[in-house]
Write a protein that binds this ligand. Structure first.
Ligand SMILES: [Zn+2]
Ligand SMILES: [Zn+2]
Length: 261
């Protein structure tokens, strides 16, 4: 019904016009979508990376609408331990409905790309990434949900080639999720890991634990960068949300709306 993680050509890594995303959402029977384009920073050199220009964002989305699908405007903010003011400034410049806080860069590299794995030892990278995510989640306050908690395992260059298991990193993962709960933040079930590593990002055991720890906000998103992937595996993610929460969330003006499933 919902897809709350979508990139159009406003993001550097998509060539897809927004209207094609909307048509795909209509065809997939979705009721509501949210564009979440990249606003990202390199954590070491502190430069903006892969960031949309607000003018391009406005041009793409200000007038766009569909009679069949509710369209929301969001962003995927690349969290570091120092860029909270950059997020505040962007939030003051435009009325976003929703902010995914994601951790992409670690030590100056993004684990999605090959370079990261040249400079990072695969045996310790998962733990380092989770510890870095914990620091980012502690630092930042202006996001709504944590994006793809185990993003590091998604890359085709990840030598492990498998999802990150909750049981292997229980203590750090619990700290991350407890911090989210304390701050009233949610998590997303990102479906882009299904084809890559055979699991949602994060997997079901994370989502169950988040609920046990008191988590209340849950969204679902495909992370599609093209029309073909819009809504992919969303119904599976909604089944998980239904089993564990009984609902899934959408957002308007940064406020969660709870939809019983
Ligand atoms: Zn991401
Ligand atoms: Zn994304």
């Amino acid at each position: 019904m919902f897809d709350y993680h979508l990139h159009s050509w406003v993001s550097h890594d998509s060539q897809c016009p927004p209207v094609e995303i909307i048509h795909a959402a209509e065809k997939a029977g979705l009721k509501e979508i949210c564009f979440t384009d990249h606003y990202d920073f390199n954590d070491i050199d502190k430069t903006q990376h892969n960031t949309f220009a607000l003018a391009a964002y406005r041009e793409a989305y200000d007038e766009i609408a569909s009679a069949r699908v509710k369209v929301r405007r969001g962003m995927e903010f690349g969290m570091t331990t120092w860029n909270q003011d950059e997020l505040s400034s962007m939030l003051n410049a435009y009325d976003f409905d929703f902010v995914i806080g994601s951790v992409h860069y670690m030590g100056g590299y993004d684990p999605y790309y090959k370079e990261f794995w040249i400079y990072n030892d695969p045996d310790t990278a998962f733990e380092k990434y989770l510890l870095h995510s914990l620091e980012c989640v502690k630092t930042q306050n202006d996001f709504d949900v944590l994006g793809h908690l185990n993003y590091i395992c998604k890359s085709e260059h990840n030598p492990a080639g498998k999802p990150l298991c909750y049981n292997d990193y229980r203590d750090i993962c619990d700290e991350i999720m407890k911090t989210l709960v304390q701050k009233g933040k949610g998590m997303e079930i990102n479906t882009s890991g299904v084809d890559r590593v055979g699991a949602f990002l994060p997997a079901v055991d994370f989502i169950k634990r988040f609920r046990q720890l008191g988590g209340e906000i849950i969204t679902v998103g495909s992370d599609a960068h093209n029309a073909a992937r819009v809504g992919q595996y969303i119904w599976g993610a909604l089944e998980i949300a239904k089993d564990i929460f009984g609902y899934a969330c959408t957002f308007e003006n940064r406020k969660p709306i709870f939809h019983k499933l």
